[in-house]
Design a protein around this ligand. Sequence first.
Ligand code: FUB
Length: 463
Amino acid sequence: MRRLRAVAAAAAAAVGLVLVTAAPAPAAAPITTALYTADPAALVVGDTLHLYTGHDEAPAGGTNFVMRDWHVFTSGDATTWTDQGAKLKLSDFPWAGADAWAGEVEAKGGKYYWYAPVNGNGAGWMDIGVAVGDSPLGPFHDAKGGPLISDSTPNSSPLNIDPTVFTDDDGQSYIYWGSYYGLRAARLGADMISLNGAVTTPSGVSNFWEAPWMFKRNGVYYLAYAANDSACSAPGYACIRYATASNPLGPWTHRGVVLDQVSSTTNHPAIIEFKGQWYMVYHNAAAPGGGNFRRSVTLDKLYWNADGTMQKVVQTTGPTTGTNLALTATASTSYVSSGETLGAIKDGFTPANSADHSHGAYGNWNHQGTEWLEYQWPSAQTVNRVATYWFDDNQGIDLPASCKVQYWNGSAYVDAPGQSGCGVAANTFNTTTFTAVSTTRLRLSITSRSGFSTGVLEWQVPH
Ligand code: FUB
């Protein structure tokens, strides 16, 4: 069970507390930019949301994971985060030597069990160990003195990583894990540090790659996971799919994509309800200096359909990392009104809100219908996303009804392939991802609401 009342107050007094954000951050901003974080797991204890994260320490330009410990972040509002510090380290598992990958904490019987994949220095590569503590902030110590799951576990995964643990209403706990397309599941013993029965291979979890996350809602079991098939992401990138079942061990029915590709190649979901709001917690490469091995945990609100399916999560994170190719592009448009400035869309400014035209704004008042913005570069650029901050002057310029991204294929404009929904939210960057294309021209086609014109404060092309 991830929602617990209990011992949060005492835990909050733990030593080593570091305040990372004093003021509320915008939704989906990295939970911290003081370090790179990845692979979130979420746990609600009392009034506090805990995120258990990995810690990326690869140097800039590094091409491998460097991960030595795990941090705990806490929040009372899912917006302002406190880094409680590295509460679990590789050195807490004396039998392990490297690779502090994606773990998860499960609460049961007043104890907190931290399941963690590590390079166990034995045969094979990755094993799953368990640490235990008496509070959600620990201290945690190795509960077993060796791996719970390793290559010598019968029917183990091709790569034994990414454990997710779920406890059903009857008190039975289950562990799911795996990578390299090898999802596995097993019952846990009552001691939480042994397997009870055979390891199974769940069926129906289409395109599973890694990073499972298990939960239950209204009597239905949900398994979210990273997939990397071409129907949902560019080569080498993950999306998050999910399946449902009426039994914790399946069989499962695939339900679709709940989170599109992000700016990092990997992704890792944690889906949780906190104070009446559901969230998708995940990681991307959006923090300054970020990348595939310097990731940052973030979260966005998640909404449900009446039939129990999940709506695709709208990624509200603005691009704050890497190069903004807009800065080197030549901008043009189908129409800009005389009172507005086209150049404002590529000045690198981050508006405070959609009415903030302190650095100028593009607008096409009093045109209605479809207008476009275009960027052109002297040589081809490889692009796979844009981020748009809409202008709304609360007068004749309003948020658009819809938009889409197009690119020049050498002879004509065509829709960017596999693009995620073109968001039209106010007061934030709306990120649209698509399968990477190489092009000299990118176009944002904008269709107005009836009776209004449209405007843009910033249109970024993160690279
Ligand atoms: O962080 C290392 C690995 O990358 C995790 O175990 C996977 O889920 C992926 O995010």
